[in-house]
Ligand binder design. Structure first.
Ligand code: CA
Length: 227
């Protein structure tokens, strides 16, 4: 049974989440505040955490950092509408995904399944070296990209960016994370670098670069590879 830890201080929402998750045979624990959440995470070892960022006793981002000190379990963040700085901070602290309130229960459950599935497939990730889309193929071992039967030349920077995105399919990767990984700490705020290189990648890989199907922008947040 997949165990979920729900961290949320709104009792009505907790009730709805717990009911829906139990109906789908998840084991659920609920914590109304950060202190309880950190205690239950240690004691119950959940497989996934659903975390509201606005809690009465501590900042949700602090909870993410604390959890990331000892566990890689997926963390799905619940965030208030338009608090995009908050979402970026949560992703940078190590959250896996976020969903904006108010959300539909179906969407939340779909994100939850996806988060759990990613951890289940992680041990095999090294073996899956070929990423295939309808339009191009990325060979992670040979470091080659083929499109319409032809090799596509990528610069090392383009390759590095693409590699990070395609190895996390469906997952939002923050601008800050990409900048840090590809250009290092000093360039952490040069989002214009990212825009330039993402545009180049799209020109090489997308059928319609101005309406990308695979290398998707989440405005102000980051990028997502849709496989
Ligand atoms: Ca709250």
């Amino acid at each position: 049974m997949t165990r979920v830890l729900v961290v949320e201080d709104d009792p009505q929402l907790v009730r709805a989440l717990v009911l829906n998750m139990r109906a789908r045979r998840y084991g659920v624990d609920a914590a109304p505040d950060g202190t309880t959440a950190l205690r239950l995470a240690q004691a119950r070892r959940p497989d996934v955490v659903v975390l509201d960022l606005g809690l009465p006793d501590m900042d949700g981002v602090h909870i993410i950092r604390t959890l990331r000190g000892w566990t890689r379990i997926p963390i799905l963040v619940l965030s208030a509408r338009r608090a995009s700085g908050e979402k970026v901070a949560a992703l940078d602290a190590g959250a896996d995904d976020y969903i904006t309130k108010p959300f539909s229960m179906d969407e939340l459950l779909a994100r939850l399944r996806a988060a759990v599935r990613r951890t289940e497939t992680e041990p095999d990730a090294a073996a899956a070296t070929l990423v295939t889309t309808d339009d191009f193929t990325v060979d992670l071992t040979a470091k080659k990209v083929r499109r319409s039967g032809r090799d596509i030349r990528l610069t090392p920077t383009e390759w590095h960016l693409l590699e990070i995105l395609v190895t996390h399919p469906g997952r939002l990767i923050s601008q800050k994370h990409l900048l840090r990984e590809v250009w290092g700490e000093a360039r952490g705020n040069k989002t214009n670098y990212l825009r330039v290189y993402m545009a180049q990648l799209r020109r090489k890989l997308e059928t319609d670069p101005s309406h990308p199907r695979y290398l998707v922008t989440e405005a102000g947040m980051g990028y997502r590879f849709e496989g």
